[in-house]
Design a protein around this ligand. Structure first.
Ligand SMILES: *[C@@H]1O[C@H](CO)[C@@H](O)[C@H](O)[C@H]1NC(C)=O
Ligand SMILES: *[C@@H]1O[C@H](CO)[C@@H](O)[C@H](O)[C@H]1NC(C)=O
Ligand SMILES: *[C@@H]1O[C@H](CO)[C@@H](O)[C@H](O)[C@H]1NC(C)=O
Ligand SMILES: *[C@@H]1O[C@H](CO)[C@@H](O)[C@H](O)[C@H]1NC(C)=O
Ligand SMILES: *[C@@H]1O[C@H](CO)[C@@H](O)[C@H](O)[C@H]1NC(C)=O
Ligand SMILES: *[C@@H]1O[C@H](CO)[C@@H](O)[C@H](O)[C@H]1NC(C)=O
Ligand SMILES: *[C@@H]1O[C@H](CO)[C@@H](O)[C@H](O)[C@H]1NC(C)=O
Ligand SMILES: CC(=O)N[C@H]1CO[C@H](CO)[C@@H](O)[C@@H]1O
Length: 395
């Protein structure tokens, strides 16, 4: 056993690491470069639709609903300065990355504040060009005064989540093709609402891979060194990420590539609508139904402050990565680096026909290593992880 332990330990020294190279860094004064603003009222939230007008870039900038604050962080918020009259909507923001990210990518968001408050419904998520055919991944999504974040996949019919996949979150629905999708409720504290901000915010990482989709959340104090020590240009080795909050491995009941194509990232805030505004949900979460019992009348209409003072994202960065194959120990240089190629997608995959206030044309698909290379990488990662494990156990 000792010998075997020594042997596997030796193997472990040459463990390849699952490393990712930066594709895009959305941060600082350049944060909003590369996102399209929606520029129309919320006609996307299923009925009852959200009670917001998602401004175009010039209006959102002029009204201070999308800007970089003095700390260099991106603010994306709901209007809290206007007295909205009945039958009008409140101004807000919805932005979508111009680029599409292919299988093999990793997306990291570092935020200090996530919008909350009665009627508030923020999300950081991804979608394919056609919804729901090309899939949806909800990374940050919660409502009202709910204390926890919820993650979910949304697909066309026929994709079931593996209910026994290793994750720290709690399954709350395994059918990704039904209304609320295959939801995983975050179990860790301070994933939403005032608790999230009070803890200094946190980080979410999402791995979009042919082997599955995985979402991690860390409150500020628990962010792994690979992320806290990373810069806007350094690669990231995800081997210290630990167990994901939500795991959606490929399984016989969900052939992932049938349901998901390349994804665009979206940040938006809507109000009320078919989740935050549903009386049976809104009432208990906000402590009462309000004077009229109607989410729109009791919140959206009238003065914006103090009701919407917390309805803002403060984001340090969003970074996107693609897989590389690293050789040697964790300090070694990658032996093979396959960076994402950039291709102009065909007209049929133009993501957001209503947007484009930034004047850019066709969208860009950022690809990763080939499926075959990824399978090989994953095989070796698994193999060496097992070696490391047995070395740890046996030596
Ligand atoms: C939403 O509005 C935009 C802009 O008018 C339109 O192009 C799009 O088709 C609408 N979407 C839905 C789902 O109604
Ligand atoms: C942006 O929206 C405002 C109204 O909210 C409109 O007046 C303006 O023409 C729009 N700008 C562009 C470039 O579409
Ligand atoms: C907001 O507008 C309503 C009528 O549209 C008015 O009754 C109310 O006093 C206004 N509130 C403020 C703070 O201006
Ligand atoms: C999974 O879906 C892909 C893309 O639709 C398809 O090419 C492949 O044959 C499917 N695999 C299985 C095992 O059904
Ligand atoms: C709107 O909310 C911000 C905090 O998000 C706050 O600083 C500001 O004072 C509020 N605006 C008004 C008009 O109260
Ligand atoms: C973008 O499209 C416009 C017209 O739709 C065209 O005039 C312009 O040259 C295009 N820009 C690029 C970079 O392709
Ligand atoms: C990149 O991916 C897109 C969509 O998955 C595909 O259409 C395109 O052909 C790919 N480009 C390359 C160079 O592999
Ligand atoms: C640049 C690159 O490696 N592109 C690959 C991305 O993945 C697809 C399959 O999902 C391959 O066909 C591409 O060659």
């Amino acid at each position: 056993m000792r010998y075997l332990g020594g042997f596997t330990l030796l193997l472990c020294y040459s463990c390849p690491t699952l490393a990712f190279d930066v594709l895009r860094d959305y941060s600082g004064q350049n944060f909003f470069n590369g996102w399209d603003f929606y520029g129309y009222w919320d006609n996307l939230t299923l009925a009852p639709t959200g009670d917001v007008w998602w401004l175009n870039q010039s209006a959102a900038t002029a009204q201070n609903l999308a800007y970089i604050n003095s700390a260099g962080n991106a603010i994306i918020k709901v209007d809290n300065t206007t007295n909205v009259t009945q039958n009008d909507k409140r101004n807000s923001v919805r932005i979508t990355t111009h680029d599409l990210y292919d299988y093999g990518s990793l997306w990291i968001i570092d935020a200090l504040h996530i919008p909350y408050g009665c009627s508030v419904w923020p999300a950081f998520w991804s979608k394919g060009p056609l919804w729901p055919n090309d899939g949806e991944i909800d990374i940050i999504e919660s409502i009202n005064l709910n204390p926890n974040n919820q993650m979910a996949l949304h697909t066309t019919a026929g994709c079931l989540k593996d209910g026994s996949a290793a994750q720290t979150g709690r399954n709350a629905g395994l059918d990704c093709g039904t209304g609320s999708g295959c939801v995983v409720v975050e179990n860790q504290p301070n994933s939403y609402e005032s608790g999230f901000a009070a803890a200094g915010g946190g980080v979410w990482a999402t791995q979009f891979d042919v082997t599955g989709i995985y979402i991690w959340f860390w409150s500020r104090a628990n962010i792994p060194a690979s992320i806290s020590q990373s810069t806007s240009t350094s690669s990231i080795d995800i081997s210290d990420f630990g167990t994901p909050s939500a795991s959606y491995p490929v399984n016989p009941q969900c052939n992932l590539t049938e349901f998901f194509t390349s994804q665009q990232l979206v940040i938006d805030i809507t109000l009320c609508g078919d989740w935050a505004g549903v009386p049976a949900i809104y009432g208990p979460q906000c402590g009462s139904m309000g004077p009229t019992g109607d989410c729109y009348m009791d919140n959206v209409v009238g003065p914006g402050s103090p009701k919407y003072d917390n309805a803002y994202f403060e984001v340090r960065y969003v970074r996107t990565y693609t897989t590389t194959v690293a050789g040697g120990g964790s300090s070694a240089q990658p032996t093979t680096t396959v960076s994402g190629s950039r291709t102009i997608a065909s007209a049929s995959t133009t993501p957001n026909p209503t947007a484009s206030s930034d004047g850019k044309n066709g969208s860009t698909t950022l690809n990763n290593t080939s499926a075959a290379a990824r399978s090989v990488v994953l095989y070796w990662v698994f193999y060496f992880a097992m070696s490391c494990l047995s070395a740890g156990l046996l030596v």
